[in-house]
Ligand binder design. Structure first.
Ligand SMILES: [Zn+2]
Length: 277
């Protein structure tokens, strides 16, 4: 009886969540407060993402590919720190996340920031696109904004909702059930166009506030567009680059350029704690 009651209560909570949506971020010059349907808790998502991230780092360590290039690692860490210092403009709680920044030596052309602030950049991304610091800030800023907006959690919630009613309750059953589909959400499922646009726009603001020229965001997606023909790239399979993407970024330049100029005039300081292995 008690179990039945708990499940019914959970299903009711899910339905309530379906009707009454929430938003993960607000504020900023370009920030998004679009309503998001969330059926899975942030805590559960962060737990799953930490497990997946730790497993990825353990494999890289065993292959002697974790933070092996000191210059690359220092560069990625410095850029990430400057960006993380600015996340409070979109959500204050993120300033206190357990951020991690790591560089994986691999030809893979990829970078991501998993739920809760777990950043990984592959050396293949930096090498194949010959990224400047500003361009790297654009990519990392974009990935950070996926985490700030909790797009993976939203995506996992959408997947759960697509098989109502069983998944409605199933999403709350426990970690093991949830974990089975989560690697797909973290590593291979493309985000929606709406999510990509949010991450592009907010990422551009983040880099501007961190003192990186937002024009470099336009450059990096142009470089990706060129790369598209020649190489099999993880980031391109989940982040199709096209004219619309570049058009959106360019349309926001007038909003973010004053933020960049203000950041340059006052200089940038680092405050946020982060962890590296
Ligand atoms: Zn993206």
């Amino acid at each position: 009886m008690k179990k039945w009651f708990t499940r019914t209560a959970l299903a009711a909570a899910c339905l309530a969540a379906l009707c009454g949506c929430q938003t993960t971020t607000s504020g900023g010059a370009t920030g998004s407060d679009r309503s998001q349907m969330m059926l899975i808790s942030s805590e559960e998502m962060n737990k799953q993402s930490t497990q997946a991230y730790n497993s990825l780092l353990a494999k890289a360590r065993n292959a002697h590919a974790l933070n092996t290039n000191r210059a690359y690692t220092q560069r990625v860490v410095n850029i990430s720190r400057r960006l993380i210092n600015q996340v409070g403009v979109f959500r204050k709680d993120a300033l206190h996340w357990k951020w991690e920044v790591n560089v994986l030596s691999s030809k893979t052309v990829n970078a991501f920031c998993m739920p809760g602030g777990k950043i990984a950049v592959y050396t293949g991304l930096i090498d194949s696109l010959n990224l400047t610091d500003g361009e790297l800030a654009a990519v990392i800023g974009h990935e950070i904004c996926h985490a700030l907006r909790e797009h993976s959690r939203e995506q996992a919630s959408q997947q759960a909702a697509s098989s109502i009613p069983t998944a409605l309750v199933g999403a709350f059953i426990g970690s093991s059930e949830l974990a089975s589909g989560m690697n797909k959400v973290f590593f291979s499922l493309p985000f929606s166009r709406t999510m990509e646009t949010e991450a592009d726009t907010m990422g551009m603001e983040l880099m501007a506030r961190a003192g990186y020229d937002p024009h470099e965001a336009v450059n990096v997606w142009r470089k990706m567009e060129k790369l598209k023909g020649g190489s099999s790239s993880d980031i391109l399979s989940t982040h199709p680059s096209d004219a619309k993407r570049i058009e959106n970024l360019e349309s926001h330049l007038p909003e973010v350029m004053p933020l960049y100029e203000a950041a340059l005039s006052k200089g940038t300081k680092t405050r946020t704690r982060y962890r590296r292995r």
